[in-house]
Design a protein around this ligand. Sequence first.
Ligand SMILES: [Zn+2]
Length: 113
Amino acid sequence: MDKWLIKIPTNKSATPSQPSCSASNPTSSKTKKRKYDESYLQYGFTCSSHNNEEQPVCLICKEVLAAESMKPSKLQRHLNTKHATLSKKPIEYFERLCKHQIKKRTLWRSMLL
Ligand SMILES: [Zn+2]
């Protein structure tokens, strides 16, 4: 019996130049949805979701960027152009900033509820 043979798909033609993100993503829609990556924190960005879409939010100026801007190059450019003085800050700085804001947010929520 030759049932041991495993079929290997060889359609490598339709692969766009994309960085190696988590392959377990069955959604192959036209609009490439970028996921927030924790490493984006080094650019001073956290994320917020609007209508099931993740958008990068600047921790410094609170500016919400378009979902398409969810890529290191864009986030880095924002940091370098708008917050040049903070562009050399270590990720720990932004981590602290992020935690501080989450704490503030949950505090607000507990006051409202
Ligand atoms: Zn900003």
